[in-house]
Design a protein around this ligand. Structure first.
Ligand code: PLP
Length: 383
């Protein structure tokens, strides 16, 4: 459970202090990396809250309390990857239960639901149209899964309206908040039951740790997820927890810079003749802009665009930048560029979640904004 005093703190203060009291024995202000796998018991069953490091670890507790405090959650659970966290949520469901999956989502999420949890039913749905969603609601639905903004089309959905519709029909809602981060959007306050993160991205923020996270406030759901976290055992190492915790301390300042840099990149892309369309939730023309403006503090650091000349031009521009590094992943200090169709979303090829082949995705980092804009402009000239 998060430190109760954290409730009165603002976001930036929580990031640096929630779960991170100085070490009571040494006074160290930095959370120690607690490597012990086992913990001494004074008598059988009498211990100081820790028995075995898969079940609980002091560095993990600090990190779990920190991120829970940022999401406004009573409970936080850390995992070895975003997909491990997602897998734990899907294990809440019984054979034959249906998942409604927003029709733009990370390819690995689609693969996990459709190819690993084959005991579940699933339907890809357009979450932009909540009335149509309600009119065609499958009665066996137990879980609605959405990203907002989505990966890679950056669609934004009305979390509050979707949660109200799902709850009326007996389903829970899991929101992947990886792109927005708790600094820009807090889905639990809008009615979501569970928030999931790939902590590999903005939470960690430095491309040096793979991790996943679940944040929620329902005690019963949390107990069930905590059981599976231990029983299935996909937990992060203490060092991973330390890195993610350290990264998340600077989340607010990083996000402000990501957003400002993304705005400048969007402006340049919009005026470039080789660019067909720019996908960014901050643009009034973008589907879901109104929802984003209502539920987000700012519009994030992810930008996608399509190339007028098609797939080959998209591949060329992705390979022509110098500061934007061609690579998978996102959300770290350095800028990245990729071709979702052949990289992050290759596993969605041929499915309802297939992405356009002329699409390029940018994770706009926190380097100097003029350098970033110039790098991209030069690559577009070459493509
Ligand atoms: N959710 C989103 C939106 C992602 O982009 C990713 C990975 O790219 C994941 C979940 C999966 O996270 P991980 O790669 O940490 O397993």
């Amino acid at each position: 459970m998060p430190d109760p005093s954290a409730e009165s703190w603002s976001f930036e203060t929580r990031a640096i202090h929630a779960g991170q009291d100085p070490d009571p024995t040494t006074g160290a202000v930095v959370t120690p990396i607690s490597l012990s796998t086992t913990f001494k018991q004074d008598e059988v069953g009498q211990h100081k809250g820790y028995e075995y490091s898969r079940s609980g670890n002091p560095t993990r507790t600090a990190y779990e309390e920190q991120i829970a405090a940022l999401e406004g959650a009573r409970h936080g659970l850390a995992f070895a990857s975003g997909l491990a966290a997602e897998d734990n949520v899907l294990r809440l469901l019984a054979t034959g239960d249906r998942v409604l999956l927003g029709n733009d989502a990370y390819g690995g999420t689609y693969r996990l639901i459709s190819k690993v949890h084959t005991q579940l039913g699933w339907t890809a749905v357009d979450l932009l149209d909540v009335d149509a969603l309600v009119a065609n609601w499958p009665t066996d639905t137990r879980l609605v899964w959405l990203e907002t903004p989505t990966n890679p089309l950056l669609r934004c959905f009305d979390i509050e309206a979707i949660c109200a519709a799902a709850h009326e029909r007996g389903a829970i809602v899991c929101v992947d908040n990886t792109f927005a981060t708790p600094y820009l959007q807090q889905p639990l306050s809008l009615g979501a039951d569970i928030v999931v993160h790939s902590a590999t991205k903005y939470l960690g923020g430095h491309s040096d740790v793979v991790g996943g996270f679940l944040a929620l406030s329902d005690d019963d759901l949390a107990a069930r997820l905590r059981f599976t976290q231990n029983a299935a055992g996909a937990v992060p190492s203490p060092f991973d927890c330390y890195l993610a915790l350290r990264g998340a301390k600077t989340l607010a300042v990083r996000m402000d810079r990501h957003c400002a840099n993304a705005r400048a990149v969007v402006e340049m892309l919009q005026s470039h003749p080789k660019v067909e369309s720019v996908l960014y939730p901050g643009l009034a023309s973008h589907p879901g802009h109104r929802a984003a403006a209502r539920q987000m503090r700012d519009f994030g650091g992810m930008v996608s665009f399509t190339m007028r000349a098609g797939r080959d031009a998209a591949l060329r521009v992705a390979a022509s930048t110098h500061i934007f590094t061609l690579g998978e992943s996102l959300g770290a200090v350095e800028s990245l560029i990729e071709h979702p169709g052949q990289m992050t979303h290759a596993s969605a090829a041929g499915s309802p979640l297939e992405v356009p082949d002329r699409l390029v995705r940018l994770s706009v980092g926190i380097e100097n904004v003029n350098d970033l804009v110039e790098d991209l402009r030069t690559a577009l000239e070459r493509a």
